[in-house]
Design a protein around this ligand. Structure first.
Ligand code: HEM
Length: 406
């Protein structure tokens, strides 16, 4: 089957069927060809893995590499690779394999424990309250993306890292270019260099007088104490945390709000009993799976997966959104059911690279959902869902704007 497998007609990444549904082909793939050869937008091909069980097996198998610099790594953007070939790259955590990955991850893991995040709760609550005060101070309608969804995670990650929030327009603009599937490769690389240069300058300054009060300062102090501090490595880490820390959660806040407004029976359960919010957050993460194709890999040796032999050097896409709508793993998977107990979803990935910021993302989403619907019980969409601007062209799904009234 391996070599003879046909390449399917679709071109990946596929468009979502609607804001609430994965590409229609995902169900077909799961049923008919759970590990299928597919064509990528770059003209190359890769294996698409669509069942929950197989996606988890793939993501926890160290024979699949996360090295995004590997020329065979499946790239899902029309302009191809982000960096020009031959450009020297300082790998960040998300691109590392064993044995480098473990120590690099452990070096920052302590910053993201549940306990550490709980200590941030009062500050995050204050940030959310301030943003909602600002919403309520206007006559409406307001764009919730601009007033709440983006500023909350952006303020939180900036404070955590020690990056001035006053520069957020600069890095938000460049981040959205970088993850855009329609920007050209030089545009995306230019945006990457702009943020990298900005962070390198910022870390230069912090190196003069590192502070225990922010993550970057603490990393400098700890690295120096251990004798393994490297400027470039911290720039790469800061870059990843800054980008991953606001684009993702911001989009989940907007999408989660729309989904709850469109499913008033589910919203009523959350507002009646806030102890259900955390399980609603898990369900919303599953339901949207905003980072669907980032969980790609390249095989470093021949691997048998779901009865198919994937050869060394072949690219593999773990279709998280398909896994999260797999009826073998979730009953009635296309329904939004905040009480289903969706913790085994793969919206944060799985295995060694499972999202480092997941405790932070969960807490931000929980606080926003609780506070938003408690303080603005009459919240409503200012335009019908069909008219809203969803990010169909971005590697991370989300919303460009979300006009609301109350
Ligand atoms: C709803 C919000 C979020 C979603 C859906 C999400 C999703 C993901 C996914 C799917 C991965 C795995 C990538 C892979 O296997 O190749 C990942 C990794 C990662 N995420 Fe998140 N993420 C979110 C929020 C955050 C936040 C808030 C931060 C930081 C503060 C963060 C930092 C990271 C980092 C550093 C990694 C790489 C971990 C490693 O390679 O060991 N993420 N995320």
């Amino acid at each position: 089957m391996t070599q003879a497998a046909p390449i399917r007609p679709e071109q990946f990444p596929l468009a979502r069927e609607c804001p609430f549904s994965p590409p229609a082909e995902y169900a077909e793939l799961r049923e008919q060809e759970p590990i299928a050869k597919v064509r990528l937008i770059t003209g190359k091909w890769a294996w698409a893995v669509s069942r929950h069980e197989d996606v988890r097996a793939m993501l926890s198998d160290p024979r699949f590499s996360s090295d995004r610099e590997n020329p065979n790594f499946p790239v899902m953007v029309s302009g191809g690779r982000l960096r020009p070939e031959g450009e020297k790259v300082e790998k960040s955590l998300i691109s590392m394999d064993a044995p480098a990955h473990g120590p690099a991850r452990r070096a920052v893991l302590g910053e993201f424990t549940v306990r550490r995040m709980e200590a941030l709760r009062p500050r995050i609550q204050a940030i959310v309250d301030e943003r909602i005060d600002a919403v309520l101070a206007s006559d409406g309608p307001v764009d919730l993306v601009r007033e709440l969804s983006l500023p909350v995670p952006s303020l939180v990650i900036c404070e955590l890292l020690g990056v001035p929030y006053s520069d957020h327009d600069f890095f938000q603009k460049h981040t959205s270019t970088m993850i855009s599937r329609v920007a050209t490769a030089p545009q995306r690389f230019g945006a990457f260099q702009a943020i990298e240069g900005y962070l390198s300058d910022l870390i230069d300054v912090k190196e003069q007088d590192p502070s225990e009060d922010d993550l970057l300062g603490r990393q400098i102090l700890k690295g120096r104490e251990q004798g393994d501090y490297r400027h470039e490595a911290l720039v790469a880490m800061a870059f990843l945390l800054l980008v991953a820390g606001h684009e993702t959660t911001a989009n989940m806040i907007s999408l989660g709000t729309v989904a709850l407004l469109e499913n008033p029976d589910q919203l009523a359960k959350v507002t009646a009993d806030p102890s259900k919010t955390l399980s609603a957050v898990e369900e919303l993460l599953r339901y949207f799976t905003i980072v669907d194709t980032v969980t790609a890999r390249v095989a470093t040796e021949d691997v048998e997966l779901g009865g198919v032999t994937i050869r060394a050097g072949e690219g593999v896409l773990g279709l998280g959104y398909s896994a999260n709508r797999d009826p073998e793993a979730f009953e009635d998977p296309d329904a939004l059911d905040i009480e289903r107990g969706a913790r085994h979803h793969v919206a944060f990935g799985f295995g060694a690279h499972q999202c480092l910021g997941q405790n932070l993302a969960r807490m931000e989403l929980q606080i926003v959902i609780d506070t938003l619907f408690r303080r603005i019980p009459g919240l409503a969409l200012a335009e019908p869902v069909e008219k809203l601007a969803f990010k169909d062209e971005a590697a991370i799904y989300g919303m460009h704007s979300l006009p609301v009234t109350w």
